[in-house]
Design a protein around this ligand. Structure first.
Ligand code: 13P
Length: 286
């Protein structure tokens, strides 16, 4: 039974200090390629979907694609909804089989965010699903959600109180990380991750994974980032490998869709496998 609760995946990763990669998949090909990498690496994996992808595919169709492809893969897999400020989409995905959701209410004040996140946690837990919480916003726009402005960072006390009172299963802190490619080397507040984990025992989600170095990943994972998000790297490798193939096809005057798909799949699979090795999740499947 490969589909497992998010909490099982993350609590184990936190205890053993490796990072579970969470890839923002965009279609059936990327779902299959990431799962193939996980199977080959014997790595647990999170498949996450943006609200935009859920809307583009249709919730039921997207769930069916993931469920069908995960069925025969013999490693732990979890389906997660990335940054979602919309309670209706949260409820729809929880009812539709998602194992976990990021209720992104950072645009609300912390008190209202806390009140609503507590409700989302109750709703998710009643279904055996889990919740990632966020109070600060992660810099950069991810599939139409977010802002390029630097977020207002809350104090450690406010963040710890939010985590403890809401009962979230995972928390996404702002530590100088950002979605998309970094335009300058990020200065990360590593200590904040250590402090949050020491105070709460809750695994952290590292957003903005694309562009961080192996040393940065490994340091943050050792401090308690048990979920590591990768979106831009997947989109880039998927589209750049496509462009490369299509340019070559045009030059040679040969148009063969199955070779095109195989080329895209290899590029996405290799990118995913490399992250699994960097995050120490290879060989951790149970
Ligand atoms: P990147 O696009 O920088 O990899 O960030 C992914 C992410 O954090 C998704 O929520």
């Amino acid at each position: 039974m490969p589909v497992v609760p998010m909490k099982d995946l993350l609590d184990r990763a936190l205890a053993e200090r490796y990072g579970v990669p969470a890839f923002n998949v965009v279609n059936d090909l990327t779902v299959e390629a990431v799962l193939a990498a996980a199977a080959e690496e014997r790595s647990p994996v999170v498949l996450q979907t943006s609200v935009k992808t859920v809307r583009a595919y249709g919730r039921r169709q997207l769930f069916d694609v993931v469920a069908t492809m995960a069925r025969d893969v013999d490693v732990p897999v979890t389906l997660h909804l990335d940054h979602c400020p919309d309670r209706a989409v949260i409820s729809d995905c929880l009812a539709g089989g998602w194992n976990s959701v990021l209720f992104d209410a950072h645009e609300l004040d912390v008190a209202e965010n806390l009140r609503q996140t507590t409700e989302v946690v109750a709703e998710a837990h009643a279904r055996g699903a889990h919740v990632e919480g966020e109070i600060e916003g992660i810099q950069g726009v991810e599939d139409g959600i977010g802002s390029d402005d630097a977020p207002v960072v809350q104090t450690l006390e406010v963040a710890v109180d939010f985590i403890q009172r809401t009962g979230v299963d995972c928390f996404a802190p702002a530590i100088g990380n950002a979605h998309g490619q970094y335009t300058a080397a990020p200065v990360l507040d590593h200590q904040r991750v250590s402090d949050l984990v020491a105070a709460t025992g809750v695994p952290m989600a590292l957003h903005g994974g694309t562009g961080l170095s192996a040393e940065q990943f490994q340091d943050l994972i050792a401090r308690g980032c048990a979920k590591v998000n990768i979106s831009t790297a997947l989109k880039q490798v998927f589209l750049q490998s496509s462009l490369e193939f299509l340019r070559e096809a045009e030059t040679r005057g040969k148009w063969d869709p199955p070779s095109f798909f195989a080329h895209q799949r290899t590029a996405v699979k290799d990118m995913a496998a490399e992250h699994m090795r960097t995050f120490g999740s290879s060989g951790r499947a149970w």
